[in-house]
Every structure is written in structure tokens, then in C-alpha cells.
Design a protein around this ligand. Structure first.
Ligand code: BGP
Length: 470
């Protein structure tokens, strides 16, 4: 048990010690980000005059990491999942020599974790590919990125092989369904989120991931390298069989497609149907025989996944109608409450997710993100009484305990945003997940001071009792 973050959302120091710009650095916050993510019309030119770029400063973890890790240690974290910013190590992405100053930061961060007995869990790429690769190479649809990524991953694996056992290749790889700008660097100026591009980009990412896994295993047998995807428990609109079929197809597309390739090392049988659905012609995709062999030789050791909410598939033929949830779509579930962002709170859905994934793949599972984004109120005495967050997490931990009793092999749990950070979808600070409050607003104004929320002490007890005392 521990917590999870991502470099682009908390480190800040976006241009310090040789770091290059990443795609996240070019994303404005607030309404502009929402509209870019919904219908991308963005040329990736940093425009300091018009936008606020929350990721530039994050919570300045780059300078405060010792203080932050000490607070994680105080809560008793056994594991800490964070990502390395690719653009700190290879500022433009296509260099051949890594940036030592960037690596030095992670040397210190990892050592700080180990000092407290906290197991580092590293995401190699989490929504932060070098901007140069998106602008000049067209993002992940370009095969050249395989080589660049693998070079970068090899640097990390080689350097940290004796200190870091658990790795993940790409954060939420299936998020390209709606987040292809952030996760694949596909933007209008390079052809955008055209489905042929998305599938080609996925393929290139699968190959890069497989090569990384293969390299890691050859380097050191006991390294555990996982994939990472979003799991969305998806319910049928009603018991009409045609709606059930629609639900099944949407589950295959969103929950299984990427996992199938990365866990089983081959494309699933429904791939052809998926291509047809989007008008993607197989002959337009570059997939070589060698690639397919590599996929087989680079199967991941475990599945890391994020779970925040469930969805209800729209009635067949109606398309997706918003439930207020811009991320996954679907229709509102009358049995569930929603967060302020329309994310349906559904802890039973997590038990379902764990059983479903374990039943299908029989590899260990790791819940590497989960949590409630909420607006927290600081009382006059400085306290933050986030009972709603405690309630959310408690129910999800109960669900995980039930899944373990069901027979699922669960490796760990790292709730998202253990310290407040910039939200990925809104680019704002006010959507908070942390046990630790950070005094900064959506414009980056504030002292940056850290303070403990009520959930801090609660979680500390949960960890101490290994999930027994809830
Ligand atoms: C996941 C991402 C994270 C994170 C989280 C919460 O999709 O991997 O980067 O931010 O969701 O989402 P948000 O910040 O949009 O509330």
C-alpha cells in the first residue's frame, strides 16, 4: 500500500537542469484544456501570453521531494508509484546521450524512498513525451519513436536495476481512445486522432513496450514489468440482448484490446471488427512479422490499472450521451452517486474489475490508481475534513479485500494523487485527491505549503493494519 503520482503533474521545474518541454508542458489548464482534449485544435505552440500552464510549476515537488517523501513515510507507505519525465532524460527525445542532471534527480528521489523502506514503482512514460517528438515526428504514429523510447527505457532499467524492481511501460495506454494528444502526441498539425493514426501509434507503443520488457528480463530476471491501462466496469443499458452485445463490444475495445496484446503477446480475435468499426484498413497499418514475434517475447509480468468509476453503455444506436462525465461518456447510472465531475462512484465495480481481469489473464494485478477528485475546504483552524474521500477509499479497500477472498492475486494498491497535484483532465489544482493538501490554486497562486488532511491519519492506520482497520 502506498500512493501514486506522475512527474508532469507534480514536479514543476519544467525548464530546469536541462529538461526539455513535454506535451503536458504545452497544455493550458482549465477550460482550454477541456476543449483541447474534447476536440483538439491545438498546434503545440507554447503561448505564454494567453494561457496558464499549470504543469510548468506543478507543486514544485522537484525542490520539495524530500519533504514530500518524508510525509509519505510518516503515513507508512510501503510503495510509491511515480513516473520519470522522459524530457528530463532526453530533452528532445531523439538524442543519443542522456541528460545526467535529469538522471541525478531520480537518483536522489529513489534513494530518498529507499531510505524509508518505500519500494519505488516507476512508470516509464506517463502523459509526458517530449514535445519535439510530437511536433517533429508526428508522435507515436511514427516508428522512429520505438527506438527513442527503448533507448530511454534502457537507460532507466540499466541504471536502477538494483534499486527498482517494479516498472510499467506506458500509463493508461488505452486512454488514446479519448486522450491521444497527451498519450500518443497526436495533434491536428500531424494528422490528429484519426483512427488509423491511433491504431498505428498503439502498435508502435506495443512494440516499444515488448522490447523494453524483453530487455528488462534479460538484464535481470526478477524485474517485474507491467502494462498499465484504465479499467472501466461497463454495464449494459438494459437486458435487451442487442444492448448487451454493444456492451460486450465496448468492453472488448476499451478494457481488453491493449491488455490482450501486452499480456498475451498477440492481437485479439476481435481486432478486425474493431478496425472495421473505425474504417481502419489493415493494409494501411505497418505491422511486420518481426513485430509480431517481438510482441510474443515481451509479455508483461503483471497488469497495473487505474479504476475510478464505472459506466453504463448507451442504448444501441444512440451513441454516447454525456453523463456529465467527459472522460468515459456513457449514460448515468441511477443506482450510483457521482463525483462533482460526473464520475460514478462504484466500489463493487472494482471487485468486478479485479475478478474480470484476473479471470481473463491470470497474472497478478496492481491497482495503481484509484481515488476521489474533490474540492476540499480548508477550515479556519486549517483542518481539512475530507470524510467523503475516506468514505470512497474505505469502500474500495473493502471491495479489494472481497476480490482477494474471491481468489484474485492482488499485488498492491497505490491510490492516485497521494499529495494534491495538477489534474490531468482539467489541468487545475482544485480537483484534489491527496491525503496531503498543497496550498496552491488553479493559477498556481499560494504558499505551496503542505498540510495533512483528515484522511492522512486515517490512511496511516489503514496501512499499519494492512487494510484491516478501516
Ligand atoms: C488518470 C491519470 C492520472 C490522473 C488521474 C485522475 O487518468 O493517469 O494522470 O490525473 O487519472 O484524473 P484527473 O486528474 O483528470 O482527475
Amino acid at each position: 500500500m502506498g500512493g501514486a503520482t506522475a512527474a508532469n503533474q507534480l514536479e514543476g521545474a519544467y525548464d530546469v537542469d536541462g529538461k526539455g518541454l513535454s506535451v503536458a508542458d504545452a497544455m493550458p489548464g482549465g477550460k482550454q484544456r477541456m476543449s483541447i482534449l474534447a476536440s483538439p485544435e491545438f498546434d503545440w505552440t507554447i503561448d505564454e501570453k494567453h494561457y496558464v500552464y499549470p504543469n510548468h510549476y506543478g507543486i514544485d515537488h522537484y525542490r520539495h521531494f524530500k519533504e514530500d517523501i518524508a510525509l509519505f513515510a510518516e503515513m507508512g507507505f510501503k510503495a510509491y508509484r511515480f513516473s520519470v519525465a522522459w524530457s528530463r532524460i532526453f530533452p528532445k527525445g531523439d538524442e543519443t546521450t542522456p541528460n545526467e542532471a535529469g538522471l541525478h534527480f531520480y537518483d536522489c528521489l529513489i534513494d530518498e524512498c529507499l531510505k524509508y523502506g518505500i519500494e519505488p514503482v516507476i512508470t516509464i512514460s506517463h502523459y509526458e513525451m517530449p514535445l519535439h517528438l510530437a511536433k517533429e515526428y508526428g508522435g507515436w504514429k511514427n516508428r522512429a519513436l520505438i527506438e527513442f523510447y527503448v533507448r530511454y527505457a534502457k537507460v532507466l532499467l540499466t541504471r536502477y536495476q538494483d534499486k527498482v524492481k517494479y516498472w510499467m511501460t506506458f500509463n493508461e495506454i488505452n486512454s488514446a481512445t479519448f486522450f491521444s494528444a497527451l498519450s500518443q502526441g497526436l495533434v491536428p498539425s500531424n494528422g490528429g486522432a484519426d483512427k488509423t493514426n491511433v491504431f498505428q501509434a498503439w502498435h508502435n507503443q506495443f512494440v516499444a513496450s515488448a522490447e523494453t520488457v524483453k530487455f528488462g528480463h534479460e538484464l535481470k530476471k526478477d524485474l517485474q514489468i507491467g502494462c498499465m491501462s484504465i479499467y472501466s466496469t461497463t454495464y449494459s443499458f438494459d437486458s435487451n440482448p442487442i444492448n448487451q452485445i454493444a456492451t460486450q463490444q465496448s468492453i472488448q475495445e476499451f478494457n481488453y484490446f491493449c491488455n490482450d496484446v501486452q499480456v498475451r503477446g498477440e492481437y485479439p480475435v476481435f481486432t478486425q471488427r474493431l478496425h472495421e468499426k473505425y474504417g481502419v484498413k489493415s493494409e494501411d497499418l505497418e505491422i511486420t512479422e518481426e513485430d509480431l514475434i517481438l510482441l510474443k517475447n515481451g509479455c508483461v509480468d503483471y497488469i497495473g490499472f487505474s479504476y475510478y468509476m464505472s459506466t453504463v453503455e448507451s442504448k444501441t444506436g444512440e451513441g454516447t450521451s454525456a453523463s456529465g462525465n467527459m472522460v468515459l461518456g456513457g449514460v448515468k447510472n441511477p443506482f450510483l452517486q457521482e463525483s462533482e465531475w460526473g464520475w460514478a462512484v462504484d466500489s463493487d465495480g472494482l471487485r468486478y474489475a479485479l475478478n474480470d481481469l484476473y479471470g481473463r489473464y491470470q497474472v497478478p494485478l496492481f491497482v495503481v490508481e484509484n481515488g476521489l477528485g474533490a474540492i476540499d475546504k480548508v477550515e479556519e483552524d486549517g483542518s481539512i475534513n475530507d470524510d467523503y474521500r475516506i468514505d470512497y477509499l474505505r469502500k474500495h479497500i473493502i471491495a479489494m479485500n472481497q476480490a482477494i477472498e474471491d481468489g484474485v492475486e492482488l499485488m498492491g494498491y497505490t491510490p492516485w494523487g497521494c499529495i494534491d497535484l495538477v489534474s490531468a483532465s482539467t489541468g487545475e489544482m482544485s480537483k484534489r485527491y491527496g491525503f496531503i493538501y498543497v496550498d496552491l490554486d488553479d493559477l498556481g497562486h499560494g504558499t505551496g505549503q503542505r498540510s495533512k488532511k483528515k484522511s492522512f491519519d486515517w490512511y496511516k492506520e489503514v496501512i499499519a493494519s494492512n487494510g484491516e482497520k478501516l
